[in-house]
Write a protein that binds this ligand. Structure first.
Ligand code: SF4
Length: 402
């Protein structure tokens, strides 16, 4: 989480609303390559409290949110004398211009929001450039606090109130120009700037995202059960629950389904920022080599992507599940090696699961290999949830006898 405040000094000249200043900030945002900008007051977001409290009580939050609800709703608790919030959006590409070469190995994929360099850094850089330009325009007494994603405020709520777009039934901010393929950031300031007008939901009778979500994570009113969201599921660190494993298909990070089906995203594909360009080898990586990546290799290949933020383990787990979903027979020898030698019980257990999914004919030798490993897991007193995967794989292959 990046939080820094420029210049703590307050001054009365900062408090004068000027349409001119706003226009100059808009012009400056275009100079630094910000694709959309809007303004809202620093009034609280208390109107969201009831809904957020309900979501927390229902267990629908991911746990990645800022933990202090008061701070999420009240800009004045996290900034001294806030007057306005500047909301920005950067458009990201939705289509690859190049495909990776065919190598005979199955490939996984990263969701679009993880293409290119980690957007947190890109947004921070743009916001810092805008802050510097705004300080030049407004004077040294102007203060700012930029936030992106991991900040206290709720990005989509700020962006919606600042007129950047509406919040769809998929919970995403949908802009007129770029659809929902946008990264959002916001800057709190002590400058008084004329607010823009919030945009009401324009989904109408459409329910495409609700219908398309394979795990029914969307609640229908712009909220979701984040615990069911496949994007969240790809970011957890333990065993993935059974239900979600086939649903991720070969996507090893994130999920784009509710964006891809949205009619407001039709034809939206903007390649405006070089750093967001997807490298085909990174965003469609070969799955098998992922299983044995050293930390160094992982950092070199994936380190600069947003999808690397949870480290190597969840992505390797997802790669194993993707191999299972693709029924990749050629992966079996390496999956056996991972199941026997990987130092992480969760990865060994996921490999056992994949073997059980991939083997299509009764295979006594494979059952023996699984049994031997099961015994080693039992001797090492591994948790039941891990051992269970070995038993299940053995049972699955045994069932093929009949
Ligand atoms: Fe709204 Fe339809 Fe888009 Fe879902 S798919 S966000 S319901 S317009």
């Amino acid at each position: 989480m990046l939080i820094f405040e420029h210049n703590q000094t307050k001054g009365p000249e900062c408090m004068t609303p000027t349409a001119d200043l706003k226009q100059r900030i808009i012009a400056a945002s275009h100079e630094v390559g910000i694709d959309k900008i809007g303004f809202t007051t620093a009034a609280n977001f208390e109107g969201l409290r009831e809904s957020l409290t309900e979501q927390i009580k229902a267990g629908h939050t991911s746990g990645f949110e800022h933990p202090n609800l008061d701070e999420r709703l009240n800009p004045d608790l996290i900034f001294d004398g806030p007057k306005s919030i500047i909301a920005i959006a950067l458009a990201y590409p939705s289509r690859m211009t190049q495909r990776p070469p065919k190598t005979g190995l199955k490939r996984g994929q990263f969701a679009r929001a993880s293409w290119g360099e980690d957007y947190h850094g890109i947004l921070r850089e743009k916001m810092n450039q805008l802050i510097e330009k705004t300080r030049m325009l407004a004077g040294a007494d102007a203060r700012f606090k930029p936030m992106v994603d991991t900040g206290e405020l709720i990005d989509v709520a700020v962006a919606n109130r600042a007129g950047l777009g509406f919040i769809g039934k998929n919970g995403l901010l949908i802009t007129e120009e770029f659809g929902s393929f946008v990264y959002l950031g916001e800057i709190m300031t002590n400058l008084t700037l004329e607010p823009d007008t919030p945009i009401a939901c324009q989904c109408g009778d459409c329910t495409r995202c609700l219908d398309a979500c394979p795990v029914k994570a969307l609640l229908g009113d712009g909220r979701m059960n984040a615990q069911r969201c496949l994007s969240y599921q790809t970011q957890t660190k333990g065993m993935m629950a059974d239900e979600f494993r086939p649903k991720i298909r070969n996507v090893i990070y994130g999920c784009d389904i509710c964006q891809v089906v949205c009619p407001y995203n039709r034809g939206k594909d903007f390649h405006l920022h070089e750093k967001m360009a997807p490298d085909p080898e990174k965003v469609r990586p070969e799955l098998l080599p992922m299983l044995t990546l050293s930390n160094r290799q992982f950092k070199d290949q994936f380190g600069e992507m947003a999808g690397a933020w949870r480290g190597k383990k969840p992505l390797q787990r997802n790669a194993i599940i993707a191999l299972a979903n693709l029924h990749d027979q050629s992966a079996l020898p390496q999956l056996v090696a991972v199941m026997q030698a990987d130092p992480r019980p969760m990865i060994r257990a996921t490999a056992a699961y994949a073997i059980g999914e991939i083997v299509r004919k009764y295979d006594a030798e494979m059952i023996e290999i699984l049994r031997a490993q099961y015994q080693r897991e039992a001797d090492a007193d591994q948790a039941i949830e891990f051992r269970h995967e070995f038993e299940r794989a053995i049972n699955r292959i045994n069932e093929l006898k009949h």
